[in-house]
Design a protein around this ligand. Sequence first.
Ligand code: SAH
Ligand code: SF4
Ligand code: F3S
Length: 505
Amino acid sequence: MSDKKDYGQYFQSTYEPDGNRKRPKTAEDVGYSQQEGKRRGKEEVMVVNFDPIPDELKCLGRERTYCIVTFGCQMNEHDSETIAGILEDMGYTATTNEREADVVLYNTCAIRENAEDRVFGHLGALKAVKLERPDMILGVCGCMSQDESVVNRILTTYQHVDLIFGTHNIHRLPILLRDAYYSKEMVVEVWAKEGDVIENMPKIREGGLKAWVNIIYGCDKFCTYCIVPYTRGKERSRLPEDVIAEVRELARQGYQEITLLGQNVNAYGKDLEDRDYLFGDLMDDISKIDIPRIRFTTSHPRDFDDHLVEVLAKGGNLVEHIHLPVQSGNTEVLRKMSRKYSREEYLELVDKIKRAIPNAVLTTDIIVGFPGETEEQFQDTLSLMEEVRYDSAYTFIYSPRHGTPAEGMEDDIPEEVKKERLQRLMSVVNRISREKNEALRGEIVEVLVEGESKNNPDVLSGRTRGNKLVHFVGPKDCIGKFVHVKITEPQTWALKGELMTRVEV
Ligand code: SAH
Ligand code: SF4
Ligand code: F3S
């Protein structure tokens, strides 16, 4: 693994060349420009090993606690596991109380305005705590910190924040934290351009049962409404040998389920110029590892090739759940979203998947109220729901995002109309979920038992291969094991059933 790249060319530091710290006032002062994030660099992505944490930083966290509050998708959840790994290697111990922790980090999401509002709410609420305990470190990381307007807002309005770092700067955390302790000014480090692939970062995974594994970072799709390509940089695949080694190690440690992660997992391998190896090849290789369940999320319909369908159809430990975001059922809206497929092409793909994998559980994401969406176009989304019959769907109201192409389109659908469309969509989605679950009445399903149910400790909960939540009464020693459950009471969002047998997997 080589580490020859000159970081200086895109490293933005809050230090002057003479080593003195300058006070950043705007995002530009720290060298950040969102425009930069749009340009896709030609330079090679390097695979870089995480540097061991220097000894003098390893004791920074002694007798200190940390609390990470995570907003957003699985990618962020998994990044939080890495951040926790780094902090624990520095001697910090975890706490869930953000008002008492010595280091509080908000790992933020920028996907919709309400996600950002929640973070600003937390930041405001922590001001009083910071005044009482000035020694605590308050940091903001994740996708919001990649947005220059957010960085500016924090610099001007939330001056009690000590540290801001971007999604490409996680491996720099030990140094940034040290700086935050020794500086009176806010420490800001956000690399606008995509970073490299950093291997071997420490991770604290929760639970010991299910694990996330990154396979590809970033996104090159540039859907016109979406902030992710700017917050996560260009598509960078991890090397297959590194992914496979990590999955093997997790199998050895006793994990039962792996979810391969990427904003667009089926773009995997396209950027690996020295080899002809795509997502289908990776799935095929991973299926040979002795781990009971392999999932992946999220897939983009555009890159879902025949080889992948063929590999998934083999089943085995490759479970039959496919999350295939469609966003809209109308070709013209899809064109304006730059999704690069038509309604018909999407339906053809669904058909192909259903033919190859008859028991496939399909789920999706939908946006309502995209600029210019007419009632008729919205009805095409409703009719697509009826045609595909998804097991479930995440439904969202369009939220204009700073710096995206759709921000320039007139956000012309009145709020009440957006809300009303969301309601109508949800009622169709929920009815179909209920009908699909009803079809499982009397069936015996394999469940990986995750723990006690949230509302009732006498009830255990787990998930089917298709990712459906199942509740049943059973002995606690089922937790962490596979069992067979007979479905007796299907509901819209969960299935209730009776324990039949343990399963040897
Ligand atoms: N990479 C994934 C999506 C990640 S974001 C994919 O392409 O499928 C998760 C979902 O958030 C998207 O599928 C989309 O439905 C929704 N979303 C993204 N940007 C949005 C916006 N500006 N307003 C509303 N919903 C949005
Ligand atoms: Fe966003 Fe589209 Fe990339 Fe998904 S594929 S992360 S929706 S730009
Ligand atoms: Fe949010 Fe960033 Fe994920 S914007 S959805 S946390 S990639």
